[in-house]
Design a protein around this ligand. Structure first.
Ligand SMILES: Cc1cc2nc3c(=O)[nH]c(=O)nc-3n(C[C@H](O)[C@H](O)[C@H](O)COP(=O)(O)OP(=O)(O)OC[C@H]3O[C@@H](n4cnc5c(N)ncnc54)[C@H](O)[C@@H]3O)c2cc1C
Length: 299
């Protein structure tokens, strides 16, 4: 029995763990398959106040260390079942009940759903330049997407690969200005705008990508050894379906206090319905959720 079980070991989960432990709560953090969360694949983070320019995995490790030093217990276990009303979480290793539950399971990469994507996963198809980019040193690769993550992936790859093609469905990128400026000054990134990616090509490994110029251009093939997909993320809320109303995007609604519609259950980080999904907002949610959980237990 814990005072609080936190599902998720990203910035939201770590901040919640730190604040909960410091508030004197018996705190368990279940990190799932990606300890550190999305920070684990962020090459550099430059906008977490006071941290300077830090490697994402390094910042994630520091967040976990601080929470552990404060007394939070971490287990690298994945919640397989969550019962919100009972505030119970089951993993492959055990079942945990607690007075409060902080759901901070973040978001995972969205698939494109095109031919070749699933079959060539791990054989040239990747969702993480920081993890897999080195396999493509000196080669040509493609990145699919047009947001900050896509541009960030392209920049990471441009330092390793011969040429990087960035394919985006729209005319303009939806990325932070500092990133688009870096993109413009990188000499080996080609931006293909208004294109629909239609297939990833290759039998045993990726050999290219097929795309069509919108609205009705002919299909073209671009030879490349790797395809990195950065087409947005989807909230990890499958475990909650049928237990609580989710918003149209599948995110978990909660107000600024992070309280959800189920008593004693709080939502923190990217999984929550909100306007800005960043490390700093995830950490802020975690702090609020932990303090609200402490208040709930007092009441
Ligand atoms: C490539 C990249 C670069 C980025 N760069 C920046 C940047 O420069 N600045 C910035 O502010 N933001 C950046 N972001 C966004 C930022 O990383 C996220 O906003 C932030 O990590 C969200 O934190 P979170 O804790 O809510 O979720 P996540 O980081 O997604 O963590 C979710 C956690 O939940 C766990 N989990 C999921 N399912 C389960 C389960 N069933 N059981 C137990 N645990 C589970 C996961 O394993 C993970 O530990 C970047 C993101 C990416 C992908």
């Amino acid at each position: 029995m814990y005072d609080v079980v936190i599902v998720g070991g990203g910035p939201a989960g770590c901040a919640a763990g730190l604040y909960a432990a410091r508030a004197g709560l018996r705190t368990l953090v279940l990190t799932g398959g990606e300890p550190g969360g999305q920070l684990g694949i962020a090459e550099t983070v430059e906008n977490y106040p006071g941290a300077g320019a830090r490697g994402g995995p390094e910042l994630a490790a520091d967040m976990r260390r601080d929470a552990e030093q404060a007394g939070a217990e971490f287990r690298n276990e994945r919640a397989a079942e969550v019962c919100l009303r009972e505030r119970q979480v089951k993993t492959g290793q055990g079942a945990y009940r607690s007075g409060t539950l902080i759901y901070a399971a973040g978001a995972s990469p969205r698939a494109l759903g095109i031919p070749g994507e699933e079959a060539l996963r791990g054989r040239g198809v990747s969702w993480c330049a920081a993890c897999d980019g080195a396999f493509f040193k000196g080669k040509d690769v493609a990145v699919v997407g047009g947001g900050s993550s896509a541009v960030s992936e392209a920049l990471t790859l441009s330092r390793l690969c011969r040429r990087v093609y960035l394919l985006h469905r729209r005319d303009t990128l939806r990325a932070e200005r500092r990133l688009t400026e870096q993109l413009e000054s990188a000499g080996n990134i080609t931006f293909l705008r208004n294109v629909q990616t239609e297939a990833i090509l290759g039998a045993k490994a990726v050999t290219g990508i097929a795309y069509r110029e919108l609205p009705e251009g002919p299909q073209r093939e671009l030879p490349c050894a790797g395809v990195f997909i950065a087409a947005g993320r989807k909230p990890n809320t499958e475990l909650l379906r049928g237990q609580i109303a989710l918003d149209a995007g599948g995110y978990l609604p909660a107000d600024e206090t992070t309280r959800t519609a189920v008593s004693g259950v709080f939502a923190a980080g990217d999984v929550r319905t909100k306007a800005v999904r960043q490390v700093v907002t995830a950490a802020a949610d975690g702090a609020v959720a932990a303090l609200m959980a402490a208040r709930f237990l007092e009441e």
